[in-house]
Write a protein that binds this ligand. Structure first.
Ligand code: SF4
Ligand code: SF4
Length: 373
């Protein structure tokens, strides 16, 4: 086994032991990932977007003052994921980052972006590093296919070229500064599943052989989630009607392609890769793969209007405004605990939770070892 894989697995196992100890003591895993939908404005029109019905309809956004209060009251955690909508459309995004960075609340601040503004991303990274050299900043760039496919899925001509430009400009910052990371995320769907290997080859050629590309299956509460109680199910979390999952009969080919990509990856043991393959099994059989233990515990979701949910497939249970924007008070509230009791019987492919679930089970860690050998 390669040293890097051994190191990833050992760190994951150590974290799991510590996290289980905390859960025994407090009833919850320590908060690890917090998703913050910082805006519901977007400049793309993706066919696979699971929140397209909420975009650009004037949903309110947390003010900077409210974000500041959130950053003050949240316990320290691993990764703040700024998402939306397109986070870079918020002019005060640097101030949002600073609110968490100055308090050292998250080890890494991640920006999920469609990368339509390459220079803005580079400027933001440079400015952030000048002020907070020791806080991690991570760019997760969406790329869903080769040029024609990507632009068609995203509904934005020229988006593919902007993504490649962004990747080429951001990539060298990882050498220049500590704690900068650049990743690519591809959402697998009926339009792009045939070109995954070609896309990965292109990234290695055009950006770097060390490029990290994660994959996730398109989210759809109707087709990739099971047994959510009807009263808490978020019925609108689904793509546009022209977008489908790849056909089940082609899943073996997708698994083979992902394994081939994984073979050449610098991080072969990665839990996220294991999760992607397991989700295909889940869709094909309808059976759970790794138990969802992180929603409402290690992972939480905050929407741009202050609503809070344990995951995006279930309805919000409270709004930050009810708790004077004190996240810890909300997270320990009766409503939060009641909802935790309601999400014990469901399972789904949602990568933000299922991906994490791999790291929170010994079966997942055993799978990571097998993957690395
Ligand atoms: S997937 Fe992201 S970039 Fe695409 S429309 Fe939805 S919010 Fe915008
Ligand atoms: S993320 Fe977890 S809690 Fe939410 S629907 Fe999926 S399995 Fe249920």
């Amino acid at each position: 086994m390669r040293a890097i894989d051994r190191q990833i697995i050992a760190n994951t196992a150590r974290r799991l032991v510590a996290n289980k100890r905390t859960r025994r003591r407090t009833g919850l895993y320590p908060l690890a990932n917090l998703f913050l939908f910082i805006t519901m404005r977007c400049n793309a029109k993706c066919d696979h977007c699971f929140c397209w019905q909420d975009l650009n309809i004037g949903i309110p956004e947390l003010t900077l003052e409210q974000v500041d209060r959130l950053a003050e009251t949240v316990p320290p955690f691993d990764i703040l994921i700024l998402t939306g909508g397109e986070p870079t459309l918020r002019r005060d995004l640097p101030e949002v980052l600073a609110a968490f960075a100055k308090r050292r609340k998250a080890s890494v601040l991640r920006i999920n972006t469609n990368a339509l503004f390459p220079d803005k991303l580079v400027r933001m990274a440079e400015d952030f590093k000048a002020e907070f050299p020791d806080v991690g900043i991570d760019f997760q760039i969406s790329l869903d296919g080769l040029r024609e496919t990507h632009d068609r899925i995203r509904g934005v001509p020229g988006n593919f070229d902007k993504v490649i430009e962004s990747l080429r400009k951001l990539w060298p910052l990882q050498e220049k500064y500590p704690a900068v990371a650049v990743n690519v995320l591809t959402i697998i769907n009926s339009m792009n599943y045939r070109e995954l290997v070609e896309l990965n080859d292109l990234l290695r050629r055009e950006v770097s052989p060390a490029v990290y590309q994660g994959f996730e299956i398109m989210r759809d509460v109707n087709r990739t989630a099971w047994n959510i109680l009807p009263e808490i199910r978020e019925a609108n979390v689904a793509p546009k009607s022209n977008m489908d999952l790849p056909p089940v009969e082609d899943f073996p080919k997708i698994v083979a392609d992902l394994e081939r990509i994984n073979e050449g990856s610098p991080y072969r043991a990665d839990a996220y890769r294991l999760h992607t393959i397991a989700t295909l099994r889940m869709i094909a059989t309808g059976k759970p793969q790794f138990p969802c233990v992180t929603a409402g515990s290690a992972v939480g979701v905050i929407y741009s209007n202050g609503d809070v949910a344990h995951c995006e497939f279930t309805k919000p249970f409270a709004n930050l405004a009810q708790f004077d924007f004190d996240f810890s008070a909300l997270w320990q509230s009766e409503a939060a605990w009641e909802r935790r009791g309601q999400i014990r019987c469901c399972h789904c492919t949602h990568g933000s939770f299922h991906g994490k679930a791999v790291e929170y089970s010994w079966r997942g860690i055993a799978g990571m070892v097998r993957q690395a050998l």
